[in-house]
Design a protein around this ligand. Sequence first.
Ligand code: HEM
Ligand SMILES: Nc1nc2c(ncn2[C@@H]2O[C@H](COP(=O)(O)OP(=O)(O)OP(=O)(O)O)[C@@H](O)[C@H]2O)c(=O)[nH]1
Length: 667
Amino acid sequence: MYGMLYESVQHYVQEEYGKEVWSKVCAIVDCKHSSFKTHQIYPDKLMPDIAAALSACTGETFDFCMNFFGKCFVRFFSNFGYDKMIRSTGRYFCDFLQSIDNIHLIMRFTYPKMKSPSMQLTNMDDEGAVILYRSSRTGMSKYLIGQMTEVAREFYGLQIKAYVIESQNDINGGTAGPIRLTDGPLTVIVKYRLDFDNREYMAKRVNTVVHPSQLKMPAVDLKVFLELFPFTIVLNHEMKITHAGEKVVETWIMHNPGANPKAFLGAHVMDLFHCRRPKDTNIDWDTLIQMRTVLFELELIRTGHNRAAYDAVLNMDFENYDDMLLNEAQSLVMQKAKEFSAEHTSDIDEGEESDEIIDPATGQRRSSQGLRSILLKGQMFYIKDVDSLIFLCSPLIENLDELHGIGLYLNDLNPHGLSRELVMAGWQHCSKLEILFEKEEQRSDELEKSLELADSWKRQGDELLYSMIPRPIAERMRLGQEHVCQSFEEVSVIFIEVMNIYDSGSNNIQEAMQAVNTLNKVFSALDEEIISPFVYKVETVGMVYMAVSGAPDINPRHAEHACDMALRVMKKITSQNLSDVVIRVGINSGPVVAGVVGLKVPRYCLFGDTVNTASRMESSAEPWRIQLSNYTAEKVREVGYKVKSRGTVAVKGKGEMETYWLLDGPE
Ligand code: HEM
Ligand SMILES: Nc1nc2c(ncn2[C@@H]2O[C@H](COP(=O)(O)OP(=O)(O)OP(=O)(O)O)[C@@H](O)[C@H]2O)c(=O)[nH]1
């Protein structure tokens, strides 16, 4: 389905429910598109999926959401100026209801791959109307209710009540989860009742009977119709073709070489055509006589593809065709076809059955698939004088390539109306549009790429920021909240020093580079042991790595988490047996004040004697040992950690302190 419908949903869901809800909905349906391109096609099932997801996020029913999306579409398409088109369909709401098919058809040039639904106004009365909707998509029936309600309100000042009377293959709303559209050829048929004040329209209709233009007119010879509409077919009650325009017969002959050219008349319409629109329609008199406002699309069935045969048939003794035996006539046709091809292409080997077409218009070779079949678009009109249905139609051709593809020329098209101009306009329009679409695609791809790039830079920036400032604090600062210092009653501070990997007095560059590499390996290994939110890395200064447990996320088991990390680190670094690397660890627990300092390179710092003492625990520890302050040892011994007193140690700036070695964690 075209992106325009999804653009309207994204716009109004964000407006109505906020960007947060929209992001949640996208996450649920796994939609990767940050925006939708108007002219790009997206999966049909995305629409009901989004409705089901929005229903889950907001508690609204699925039907409510689909109805809402239909309203969004009508509000949104005004951005493209389509509201003017709706207003111009007619003075009354019923005029509009009869024009929806036409609207979609006119928009075909702009949305060439559109698979629009078909809408049929089957009944009107003073209290409203009945609409029959057919579509190859499920889950859209409530979408249409939203559209019709919004068009009635917005453009006709009508409050209508629209509801489903009966439906086939339609998945009733309120489904819990996203609707998976089936892939099979499924036609959804839904009949709606629209209740609204329709008296004025009905009264106006009655008056048309006495309208001056309705004065008795003489019967018109059917031949006139067939000249004006050379692709027309006339059907009797048995749905047999009684009369036909010359072009439709010629086109049929061209696409059915070898068939009896006289077999077109008298054949059942469904033996020669497929009904493409509306889908799954019973082609019988009673049904068609009800569907005079519906736009039909009949596709001519092709059995072959030989332009040469076509010319041969037209040149043959058409009058006496019946007298010849059919196979004699067919062999004559094929003979003529060979002669025709031989005249037009010298390089086809003799005797080789060529199925190539020489396109006389362009002289280009076309493979046998070159001739596509023809799609006739029009309405069924009942002509009382001949008690027949006449399919007043014209070929649906979007551009010159397609015209050639069918083997027709502009002169074959209806002499009146805009068929020829539309093809030309369509061709120009399409080529202009193609350039515009390409440009739009290019721009939006560039936009998509720069959005991805910006996103990756943002992520990298965030990583960098979170490496300096804890995420919750960074988020609060990003929201403009002034970050104030925060005091913590009790945390455990860990200092880890990498010893003797570098003599700061030496000027040997080699040694220095070696030391940096080794330090990077060790600190990266330590980083892997940081388990947020239990332990937070504060900084590294020189060979010293500092971390804390219990800040910025308060956690009562900070001493245990700090010891666990120290034990893991000891095990990890010894297992890595990095040559010359020796470490020692110190831990202390107590109160600290934490805050972000600095503007240029803001850092999350801890202040207080607890930090100083933890540093001393590390700097006075022996290599490969973890030294705990008395207070920390007390806390972890209670929960089974194995500690061993080191006795009293003279600690710089602290005097005599009893400290402990940490030997192992609890069983
Ligand atoms: C100028 C106005 C309109 C334009 C440009 C337009 C265009 C479109 C397009 C591009 C699609 C998607 C079809 C596809 O991608 O295959 C669509 C679908 C649809 N349109 Fe329109 N449309 C218009 C007006 C309306 C109105 C007024 C109604 C009904 C009141 C309507 C009913 C629908 C429905 C129900 C669908 C969903 C597809 C389905 O059910 O199969 N449209 N339309
Ligand atoms: N990495 C790091 N070390 C700290 C921090 N706060 C204190 N220290 C260290 O803890 C130790 C004890 O600090 P103090 O008691 O203030 O001693 P000092 O006189 O400032 O420093 P010294 O010259 O080492 O005695 C010192 O080695 C400080 O470098 C900190 O936030 N980060």
